[in-house]
Write a protein that binds this ligand. Sequence first.
Ligand code: FVH
Length: 291
Amino acid sequence: MTEHGKTPVTVLGLGAMGTALVEALLAAGHPVTAWNRTPGRAEGVAAKGASVASTVSEALAANKIVIACLLDYDSVHEVLDPVAAGLEGRQLINLTNGTPGQAREMSAWAGQLGAEYLDGGIMAIPPMIGTPAAFIFYSGSGSVLAHARSALDTFGGVKYLGVDPGLAPLHDIALLSGMYGNFMGVIQAFALVGSAGVKAREFAPLLRDWLAAMGGFLDRAAEQIDDGDYVTGVVSNIAMQAGAYPNLLKAAEEQGISAELLTPLQPLMDKRVAAGHGAEDLIGVIELLKK
Ligand code: FVH
């Protein structure tokens, strides 16, 4: 810690996100040592006060807290494997997007090298870093979180999920799954009305209001899942929905639009109905996803 109570941090990776993280740290007064594979990308943060390490070893030696924000876990290993001994005594915080399995593997690997490990899933795009809209899921070593807390607070909200390092990427990927599912429906809706010459700008308010109204189903779905009861109080059962859903596919075909974003749901609905669950809510399909 500096005489001003600021925690010094090393950041590996100066892509769009790594740069935003460094800028947030610098703005809050934390000394930063940064390293990037392509040295030219460090010029911007150097001008703002970061020390630039010319090698990964130098970056690791500079500070106890080491944040990695690289493209993927393979690139983290590519960067750290050749200098693995330098991780001894370090607190590695990996904010690179990955899977729960990758996070658990990296935690075990870091542990064998004498490093503590905290994984993180960033729920923000680079311009959101440092604003109240950003938050990051963390899981793994609670003592790393405690030690690095003032630095991590500069990025946005901190949501700690427990000691299993896989929990942060699990929650990250779950939120992204919800987001991409939403995107798929939105893309399909715009394509469909667009095929009839309706301007996207004209249609957007209708879609926004409709999705906001439908968003209310989420808490009810959570109750049904936790209670394992997909029948009580059902208004629009899956048998009815499975019967109407082909119209979404046919309408796309009629309009000359691909229905490939929508097609996977139909066989799941049909399967659930065929298994005698036609009186249930659509959410019962979740049972078919469990392997
Ligand atoms: N940007 C976003 O909107 C999302 C928001 C949520 C979190 N993601 C994840 O954050 C990680 C970094 O993303 P990024 O936006 O910084 O990505 P890029 O701008 O493409 O920068 C990639 C950095 O990784 C370095 N790199 C790639 N491969 C290697 C390698 N084999 N060895 C060493 N470094 C490597 C790259 O270096 P360079 O190309 O400049 O030399 C950049 O520093 C990511 O997991 C997102 O999923 C971002």
